[in-house]
Design a protein around this ligand. Structure first.
Ligand code: NI
Length: 191
């Protein structure tokens, strides 16, 4: 399952073109404060068969916030998405940071088991190589569609994984039944 965080952004449309051309469905964890200005891209994500998830309103570290602040970060984004007709049923906590309070927010938490550090190393070939090397059956791959270098890596990622026999699914398709408050790292790893 390819996942794309922190958007939507200026490169998201290009990514959607690539995914559509390859018939690949992904999961997008959007930042609430980005949603309104680029609402057309969020609607397009949902309309083209991708899953849209909640990545909080302003990308704060939830593990450092109290219960009401955590709830606000998530609910404000949920409302912005709801206004577009999009229901977000999964939450990715920024930085992968969460605590017991985060588990009470009513959504499954989606983490990852493949991280090519694309936010740090803005080189498409490096990012693609790391994904192809580290992906296993059932993996959840962390990527960021706000970086043009990552969007540029996606054709090679898709081609390389298809050549290894992988098929692409959304996170809910990968995991199956997901429970609120459980953190999912791959198809088989959760806690
Ligand atoms: Ni993020």
């Amino acid at each position: 399952a390819l996942t794309f965080d922190d958007g939507p952004g200026p490169s998201t449309g290009t990514l959607l073109d690539t995914l559509a051309a390859q018939n690949v469905h992904a999961t997008f964890f959007v930042i609430g404060r980005n949603v309104q200005a680029l609402s057309g891209l969020v609607k397009r994500e949902a309309a083209e068969g991708h899953v849209v998830g909640n990545h909080t309103w302003s990308h704060r570290d939830l593990s450092r916030l109290g219960a009401s602040e955590q709830s606000g970060e998530v609910s404000r984004t949920a409302e912005a998405l709801k206004a577009l007709g999009v229901s977000a049923t999964v939450l990715r906590p920024p930085y992968g940071a969460f605590n017991a309070t985060t588990r009470t927010l009513g959504l499954p938490l989606v983490l990852w088991d493949v991280d090519p550090a694309d936010w740090r190393d803005r080189d498409a070939a490096t990012v693609a190589s790391r994904v192809l090397t580290n992906t296993r059956p059932g993996s959840i791959v962390l990527l960021h569609d706000i970086h043009p270098s990552t969007v540029a890596a996606v054709p090679a990622i898709v081609a390389g994984l298809k050549a290894k026999g992988y098929t692409f699914v959304t996170v809910p398709q990968l995991v199956g039944t997901m429970r609120a408050g459980t953190a999912y790292f791959s198809r088989t790893s959760h806690r």
